[in-house]
Design a protein around this ligand. Structure first.
Ligand code: KG4
Ligand code: ZN
Length: 340
């Protein structure tokens, strides 16, 4: 176990955000994210355009992360990068860059699983932020994944259940698209929902296994509902946007909470940590906080900047792996799909 002073550079390029971060002994010195605006006009991420944008952004983003951390690249102890899962063309940019940089500097290369990083982001040290103890249940909710994971140790994780079709972030984004909102629609549904009545409209929650999720039926139900209502009133969406968003959000969050309650009753574990872009959702955050008083759970909610895709979470995993000397060979390859 290495206990020395460490400066780890993390690089994240799995989807449409190019990100770099420097972590020093668990504390974030810099966390730079370049969002790719280009996808908005297409209503979703276009893989070919994403990888091109990563090519453009990666050098300036890494440069800025080092500058904001106020360190020279020669001080870096290791380079951590997202190996997968994600879009292959996007992953290749970060992977190749990380390999070259590690080789050029003569420091270890550390491959990181993106979904594991969303969970281990809870180990970033920050003022006022409690760190979970093992074992805990992690709910990873993003645009690509929806999983309930039992976390026994840093690198001992077991998926207890996951979605059988769409991810929860997709459910938010596809619902938003039906309402004519731009991509990514999740944050917009959240915004309008805050002014609406969550009980205005009722949508049925999909029935699957106790720890499984399904969102495709919900999306179809919302589509049919909107088609029916706009036939009667062409202005239905604009006149009721807040209530529609609040009702959709209520259904999704209630469903997530049902699954967490099942996970708690199956495992007896009452420490719950959330991660992934959808954990930025205000109703998710409130439902978890309420569960502390109502159900006696201990909950861990990451700061906003560590919820959506970022490189600080890659760097913290890099540091944990560095201390355990879990290094990668320089012939390692990016993987679009990967298990733990
Ligand atoms: O983790 P993330 O940044 O990227 C992936 O790995 O997928 O998650 C992005 C997802 C998108 O679907 C986006 O709409 C959703 O997170 N999201 C939200 C909110 N903020 C981001 N969904 C609901 N409410 C939000 N406030
Ligand atoms: Zn993510």
């Amino acid at each position: 176990m290495k206990n020395e002073n460490t400066y780890i550079l993390g690089i994240e390029s799995s989807c449409d955000d190019t990100a770099a971060s420097v972590i020093h002994n668990g504390v974030v010195l810099s966390n730079v994210v370049a969002n790719q605006k280009i996808h908005e006009e297409f209503g979703g991420v276009v893989p070919e355009l994403a990888s091109r944008a990563h090519q453009q952004n990666i050098v300036p983003v890494v440069h800025q992360a080092l500058r904001r951390a106020n360190i020279d690249k020669k001080q870096l102890s290791a380079i951590a990068f997202t190996q997968g899962p994600g879009l292959m063309g996007s992953l290749l940019v970060g992977t190749s860059f990380a390999k070259s940089l590690a080789m050029g500097l003569g420091v270890p290369l550390i491959a990181v699983n993106h979904m594991q990083a969303h969970i281990l982001a809870h180990f970033i040290k920050a003022e006022g932020q409690a760190i979970p103890s093992f074992p805990f249940i992690a709910l990873t909710i993003s645009g690509g994944h929806t999983q309930i994971v039992k976390v026994t140790d840093y690198f001992d994780m077991e998926i207890l259940g996951e979605t059988i079709d769409d991810a929860v972030g997709e459910a938010f984004d596809k619902s938003a698209k039906i309402l004519g909102l731009p991509y990514p629609g999740g944050p917009l549904i959240d915004k309008y929902a805050q002014l609406g009545n969550p009980h205005a409209y009722k949508f049925t929650k999909p029935r699957v296994g106790d720890l499984e999720f399904s969102f495709s039926g919900l999306k179809t139900a919302i589509l049919y509902f909107i088609e029916r209502e706009t036939k009667n009133n062409p202005n239905f969406i604009s006149e009721h946007l807040n209530d529609i968003c609040a009702s959709i959000q209520f259904t999704i969050v209630d469903y997530l909470m049902d699954k967490l309650k099942n996970a708690v009753s199956h495992t007896g574990i009452t420490q719950i940590a959330i991660g992934g872009g959808v954990s930025a959702n205000s109703r998710v955050r409130k439902a978890l906080k309420d569960a502390e008083t109502d159900l006696g759970w201990i909950t861990y909610i990451p700061r906003f900047e560590y919820c959506t895709d970022n490189a600080a979470m890659i760097a913290i995993v890099g540091e944990l792996k560095y201390r355990n000397e879990l290094f990668s060979e320089n012939n390692i390859v990016a993987k679009a799909r990967m298990k733990w």
